[in-house]
Write a protein that binds this ligand. Structure first.
Ligand SMILES: CC(C)(COP(=O)(O)OP(=O)(O)OC[C@H]1O[C@@H](n2cnc3c(N)ncnc32)[C@H](O)[C@@H]1OP(=O)(O)O)[C@@H](O)C(=O)NCCC(=O)NCCS
Length: 231
């Protein structure tokens, strides 16, 4: 049965997606709390599309606004028993179509570097994930990306990549090989905050403050310098 896609705003349905799809698909260090999701949707900051088959959510995509014009694909997850059947591709295509239609200038995604994260059957294979996005034209920002602590007291997650899933022509530079620096810097500051005095985050903020940021194809992720292993 082909799953139908629909926007989700209802709290009960958001809980089902959170418990049934996001919790099993992401390590705790990369998953926000349920209250973030409920609050974000209620305030119109987060947007959730779900794929439904036989009355149950089998996949979901969560996006959030970072700064005006820049959004993050915060989560894309497919139920383990449905992976590899095209549900993830359909969800991603719908997110990309929406970004092209609603004036999003830059759509980003945080993914694990395949050379720094092993992945698992449950949480997925980092190399397969990068291939999945690369097939749809994703590029990778030349930044030593680190995911900010997901909640108070948590640790940053180094060894990440910040992908560009969609960029409108106005933010591309150098014939499409780079992206407008100030928009990237604003998005990165929103992602990692400005208050935490952490060497990984300080390094990242500094790297993001450039006139342009190179963005090779995501398949060339090895050319992007990784965050230092440890401080
Ligand atoms: C990544 C994911 C959303 C893809 O959804 P899907 O419905 O399985 O994808 P499709 O069937 O449309 O496309 C298949 C492609 O997905 C990717 N994929 C498949 N299984 C995967 C897995 N376990 N982990 C990561 N990527 C996977 C591969 O690129 C695959 O193509 P390939 O067989 O040529 O390598 C899904 O595997 C998943 O939920 N993984 C766990 C959570 C995750 O990694 N989310 C993305 C990070 S934001």
């Amino acid at each position: 049965m082909t799953a139908g896609l629909r926007q989700v705003v209802d709290d009960a349905e958001l809980r089902r997606i959170y418990d049934g799809l996001l919790v099993p698909s992401f390590p705790a260090s990369e998953l926000v709390g349920l209250s973030w999701l409920l609050d974000g949707v209620a305030r119109g900051r987060a947007h959730v599309v779900s794929a439904v088959a036989d009355g149950r959510p089998v996949g979901a995509a969560v996006t959030e606004e970072l700064v005006p014009g820049a959004r993050l694909l915060s989560y894309l997850a497919v139920a383990p028993d449905q992976r590899g059947t095209g549900v993830g591709s359909r969800l991603l295509d719908s997110v990309l179509e929406e970004a092209r239609g609603d004036g999003t200038r830059l759509l980003l995604a945080e993914v694990e570097r395949p050379d720094r994260h092993a992945g698992s059957a449950q949480h997925g294979d980092p190399a397969a994930r990068v291939r999945f996005y690369a097939r749809r034209g994703a590029r990778v920002l030349d930044l030593p990306y680190v995911q900010a602590p997901i909640r108070a007291g948590a640790e940053p997650v180094p060894g990440m990549l910040l992908l560009v899933l969609h960029a409108e022509p106005g933010v591309l530079r150098e014939g499409g090989a780079a992206v407008d620096g100030p928009l990237v810097a604003a998005a990165v500051e929103e992602l990692v905050g400005t208050e935490l005095d952490d060497p990984w985050l300080t390094d990242l903020r500094r790297a993001a403050r450039r006139r342009v940021v190179a963005a090779p194809p995501a398949s060339d992720w090895r050319t992007v310098a990784a965050s230092v292993e440890r401080w």
